[in-house]
Ligand binder design. Structure first.
Ligand SMILES: [Zn+2]
Length: 259
């Protein structure tokens, strides 16, 4: 009985600790990433969809979109954590900053495209970089992925969301999207009919755009420590546009790579 109790306690601790790191590490939450993957998959050229589907071994892009976050809890993959973001001062642009020797999201996105375009790349590295590409095109459109060093992209900015304590990064990863109370298919069904948007195929332009967005977000919360319904309702159209743009961009890049 004693063994059973400690085993049970162990399971509870394991559950809560994984839940916690899960919440902290997931970006755009899983719903946001899945929406981006699903929008992209629906927008792929049919022949490109076959190539992507083959590399993913039949898994959907929505399902594959969260793999790069899920592996973070494995120590073997710890070294890839800096690939998900680039922190920088608000008055500097990506081209001006000293690059992280461990990599960043822009360097990795370029590497994904390079490996996938290269006919010499082997199948395993294509699969690895395809999964990272699907995930990181989502991450790069989440403004706080280009936030400041000092607060780790908003992770150290404590505030409350409708009365619940949280941080600024998680508000943007998870809370606002979850407040829609839609699953990823419902949200994709709504967004897929949005007016087509212009997007670039160059990661330098993606990071530039996102960094302009994050400057606004920081300025707006300077004197706020409570995210209320006004803030949420004001940001929902913006987030929907960004999710649609990320999905369109991902489809555009893959259509360009594999056509
Ligand atoms: Zn990520």
């Amino acid at each position: 009985m004693k063994n059973f109790n400690s085993y049970f306690l162990f399971l509870i601790i394991l559950f809560f600790s994984s839940f916690n790191s899960f919440n902290n590490s997931i970006v755009w939450g899983s719903i946001g990433h899945k929406v981006v993957g699903e929008i992209a998959e629906r927008k792929l050229n049919p022949n490109v969809r076959l190539v992507v589907n083959d590399l993913l071994g039949g898994e959907s892009m929505a399902s594959a979109s969260t793999w790069a976050d899920e592996i973070k809890s494995d120590p073997l993959y710890k070294k890839y954590s800096p690939w998900h973001y680039v922190n920088m001062p608000l008055d500097k642009e990506y081209t001006d900053i000293k690059k992280n020797p461990n990599g960043d999201i822009v360097i990795t996105l370029k590497e994904c495209i390079r490996v996938l375009k290269n006919p010499e790349s082997n199948r395993d590295s294509k699969i690895f970089y395809l999964k990272f590409l699907i995930h990181l095109v989502g991450d790069i459109y989440q403004p706080l992925h280009t936030g400041k060093f000092e607060d780790r992209g908003g992770n150290d900015i404590k505030l409350s969301f409708l009365g619940q304590p949280t941080n600024f990064h998680i508000v943007w990863d998870i809370h606002i999207i979850e407040s829609l109370n839609m699953d990823y298919i419902q949200l994709t069904d709504e967004l897929i009919n949005m007016k087509e948007v212009y997007f670039s195929l160059d990661p330098d332009n993606w990071v530039y755009e996102t960094h302009q967005d994050v400057k606004t977000l920081y300025a707006e919360i300077e004197n706020i420590n409570e995210i209320d319904n006004n803030y949420i309702n004001n940001k929902i159209p913006f987030i929907k546009r960004k999710l649609f743009k990320a999905g369109s961009t991902l489809a555009g890049v893959l259509n360009d790579i594999f056509s």
